[in-house]
Design a protein around this ligand. Structure first.
Ligand SMILES: C[S@@+](CC[C@H](N)C(=O)[O-])C[C@H]1O[C@@H](n2cnc3c(N)ncnc32)[C@H](O)[C@@H]1O
Ligand code: SF4
Ligand code: SF4
Length: 393
């Protein structure tokens, strides 16, 4: 399923969250067609667009026009544990002292509700989900409701949880935030780069049907290393790479954020302004290495982002470094249209940053009013400058 948002000329693939941009003329034609004002057979330009979309595996009959109330719960993100075994610099889940672990029984009614809302899969995350002793049961429950499982993990414990090889997980998403042991440790705090790489190789051997993706947080350790990333993908036979703009301002990821910590994270992890300017310039030059790497990898669907999304992220980083207002509208991003977040404290939120609208206990009886939720988001002003707009369009 694909959603076309006319205002931004973006088509979002709800399975992979990849975004395709179309030019203004094509956007106008698609808009007329999807509104029912342009019969498919009668327009030559539409046929050309159709062919171009099909080259990107987008079929017109899978395309829906985004409207204010478009809601297709596709892949909710469910944190099944807050505790973690990796002392990352970007996230404080590992500092959680008490056990904060969801049981399969607690989660099942909400999974059922999500499947009734039409979710096709659940992204199981945390904390570190492989530390949840009931992960196997949780995966079985999700499958029994007819949904797929996307497991987001740091990958350190895969080979200790060999039952995962046999679970027919649809997608395994491993966070790798550096492409050498030293760089990995700068973000992840431990020397586990080789372990994670070996675990991926072993997992792929025993579970060849599972799509194995990596997720890369973009920092000064990764943004300027796209060539190394490509080499790593080849070595590990990676199917897809998702990119993650780093959050250095909010209290998400179990953090207590304050001005000092935010500045420290910026100073330690952000590429500097000169680098960002050079990076953006390189993306405007079709002959540059960065341009060619991104263009080739995104055209093969290895990278989830295209050149303009990297540019958007670099500009967002520049805005943070220079305190310039960017992404300044109060409009929510796409995230609440197709997902939700079950947070560590059992609350249910329309995205990582918005106030909760329900909780695990009440959710089975709740109805979801997307228009109301979005109105609330607009009124709070929380969407202004939010990283979600870089992440989700
Ligand atoms: C909280 S982790 C939970 C799953 C698992 N422990 C892992 O690391 O993949 C989920 C995702 O959030 C990302 N993340 C953590 N802190 C972040 C931050 N400050 N900014 C952006 N992404 C962050 C991680 O890199 C990971 O891809
Ligand atoms: S990002 Fe993942 S691995 Fe790192 S502390 Fe957070 S939950 Fe743990
Ligand atoms: S822009 Fe940010 S706060 Fe607004 S809906 Fe998206 S993720 Fe949530």
């Amino acid at each position: 399923m694909f959603i076309f948002k006319f205002e931004t000329r973006e088509i979002t693939d709800l399975e992979t969250l990849e975004i395709y941009e179309v030019d203004q003329d094509s956007a106008n034609i698609l808009h007329s067609y999807l509104e029912g004002n342009l019969p498919e057979s009668e327009n030559e330009s539409l046929q050309i667009i159709k062919k171009a979309l099909e080259d990107n595996f987008i079929h017109l009959n899978d395309l829906q026009l985004w409207t204010e109330d478009t809601f297709r719960l596709n892949t909710p993100i469910v944190h099944i544990i807050q505790n973690c075994n990796s002392p990352c610099t970007i996230c404080d889940c590992w500092k959680t002292r008490e056990r904060n672990i969801r049981t399969a029984v607690e989660l099942y009614p909400s999974f059922k509700k999500m499947s009734e809302y039409g979710a096709s899969s659940i992204m199981v995350s945390g904390g570190e989900p492989t530390l949840n002793p009931e992960l196997e049961q949780i995966i079985d429950d999700i499958h029994s409701l007819g949904m797929g499982v996307e497991l987001n993990t740091n990958g350190t414990l895969l080979s200790r949880n060999k039952y995962l090889y046999k679970k027919n997980i649809e997608a395994l998403i491993i966070s790798i935030d550096g492409f050498s042991p030293e760089e990995y440790k700068q973000i992840r705090g431990i020397n586990k780069f080789e372990t994670v790489c070996n675990n991926i190789i072993e997992f792929k051997k025993y579970s060849p049907e599972t799509i194995v993706g990596i997720r890369v947080t973009l920092t000064k350790y990764t943004l300027n290393q796209l060539d190394k990333l490509i080499d790593l993908c080849k070595k590990l036979n990676i199917d897809s790479v998702g990119f993650n703009p780093i959050d250095v301002t909010s209290s998400s990821f179990s953090r207590n954020m304050n001005f000092e910590r935010s500045m420290l994270l910026r100073n330690r992890l952000f590429p500097d302004l000169d680098y960002l300017n050079d990076f953006i310039a390189s993306l405007e030059n079709t002959e540059s290495d960065n341009y060619k790497i991104i263009e080739e990898a995104s055209s093969k669907s290895l990278f989830s982002w295209n050149v303009s999304q990297f540019k958007k992220c670099a500009n967002y980083y520049k805005g943070i470094l220079t305190s310039e207002e960017t992404l300044n509208s109060s409009e929510p991003c796409n995230f609440p249209n197709y997902s939700l977040v079950v947070d560590y404290d059992q609350t249910i939120k329309p995205c990582f940053y918005a106030p909760a609208f329900s909780n695990l206990k009440d959710f089975p009886n709740d109805t979801w009013d997307l228009a109301k939720i979005k109105e609330h988001l607009r009124n709070t002003g929380i969407c202004k400058g939010c990283r979600g707009k870089v992440f989700c369009g």
